[in-house]
Design a protein around this ligand. Structure first.
Ligand code: CAA
Length: 378
């Protein structure tokens, strides 16, 4: 049996943020509602020189090498902040990263679930084509608008993962449960600048699909005794607690064990919602800040509004810690610069925030609806 998993992973953390406490003060809201009730502390902000393509490219550019460029057969771009109805963002990243010409490149969508779908496509492809690799990218800019209930949960960022038989970080297991329920909890019609959100319904649906997947997983496979950590798609960090608390009391031991785990929330608290990347941001958060032993098993709950849920598991590899530690996530978070609430309100929503950008890949101009990028060669 061919084993397939994550060989390499990296993230792009925007260089700017706003302070959630200051946002609460500006909105005349008790800061504890945002800090404790919703569980957010900082929100990533991108300058006008970043978009979903540059963020995804920045996540991947230092991660892949020339050997990977030759072996990658697919570039799959998961996003719900797409910039074109026809041409995929993947074709542009394929060019920026200089991937071999014989790879296919495409974009996929199902709200925040699509990165998980991309991983599934990648796993199946590699099982049929051993030795080859797939580059999965997720990149999103979450904006709901000023003075909206969703504002405090906004964020931006990208994740890049190289999927192959070299399960250097972890192996993806073939036990999973999917669920779909057609609903309008969060959606963004083509003519809308921001998503339309029924916040309370979205939380209810998330919890419903999580419980459905959880119970079905147990019925189909096993109990969760061997799971060392349970991670979630996190639109805001408190969602993890809400999901765990919603489980039936017969799972009290599971709830108690996993509610005390807080490291998988650190990156969401400090970056915000990265939509398609959010679950994998929780994974990185756990692997970077947590103390999980090699070879342990992790369960993941992926959710995408509209709505699709999936529960599946992964097995950590030997030496994963060493590779994750090299990402220096702490250093990247701590070197960010703060943007004032005034600049955020007046410039961010119309992409007018012109700030120094130290990223390797930057959007330099848009002429006749064609995007041009500047790439700093090392
Ligand atoms: N101190 C401490 N806690 C306080 C407080 C205070 N002073 N004041 C209020 N709170 C608590 C409330 O009791 C509440 O806690 P519970 O949820 O445990 O009851 C919490 O703070 C939030 O308060 P509200 O429910 O009043 O908040 P809200 O209605 O203003 O907005 C929200 C919350 C619905 C999540 C909103 O931010 C939103 O719409 N976000 C976008 C949608 C979203 O993220 N949905 C999540 C599921 S959908 C999904 O996962 C897909 C995706 O990525 C979008």
């Amino acid at each position: 049996m061919v084993k397939v998993g994550i060989e390499k992973i990296n993230l792009y953390i925007p260089e700017y943020y706003i302070d959630i406490k200051k946002l609460a003060e500006k909105r005349l809201v008790d800061p504890n509602k945002y800090l404790v009730g919703i569980g957010q502390e900082k929100m990533s902000i991108i300058p006008s020189s970043q978009d979903i393509i540059s963020m995804a490219s920045n996540a991947a550019i230092n991660m892949i090498d020339d050997e990977d460029r030759k072996l990658i057969d697919q570039v799959i771009f998961a996003t719900e902040s797409g910039i074109d109805f026809s041409k995929s963002a993947a074709t542009v990243v394929h060019d920026i990263l200089k991937i071999n010409s014989f790879a296919s490149s495409f974009e996929i969508k199902q709200a925040c679930y699509s990165t998980t779908a991309a991983i599934k496509i990648a796993v199946n492809y590699i099982k049929q084509n051993p030795g080859r690799k797939v580059l999965v990218l997720s990149s999103d800019i979450s904006k709901y608008g000023a003075n909206t209930p969703g504002e405090v949960t906004q964020g931006a960022g990208a994740i890049a993962m190289l999927i192959s038989e070299n399960c250097e970080i972890l192996e993806i297991n073939s036990k999973f449960i999917f669920a779909t329920k057609n609903a309008y909890d969060f959606w963004r019609p083509n003519d809308c600048k921001y998503p339309i959100v029924d916040g309370k319904l979205s939380i209810k649906l998330y919890i419903e699909l999580f419980n459905l997947c959880f119970e079905s997983f147990i019925d189909k496979y096993q109990n969760f005794d061997e799971i060392s950590s349970m991670i979630f798609h996190l639109p805001f960090s408190k969602m993890r607690d809400k999901a765990l608390q919603s489980l039936d009391d017969k799972y009290i031991d599971f709830k108690t064990k996993h509610l005390s785990e807080i490291t998988s929330k650190i990156l969401c608290k400090n970056i915000g919602n990265t939509y398609t990347g959010s679950l994998y941001l929780s994974l990185l958060s756990l692997l970077y800040y947590g103390n999980i032993n090699e070879h342990e098993k992790i369960a993941l709950f992926s959710y995408g509004s509209g709505a699709v849920g999936e529960l599946f598991t992964m097995n950590l590899s030997a030496d994963y810690k060493e590779k994750i530690r090299k990402l220096e996530i702490d250093k990247r978070l701590n070197s960010r610069k703060e943007v004032s609430i005034e600049d955020y309100e007046s410039k961010y929503f119309d992409n007018m925030l012109k700030l120094k950008d130290n990223s390797r890949v930057k959007l330099s101009k848009i002429i006749d609806s064609i995007r041009y990028y500047e790439i700093d060669e090392p």
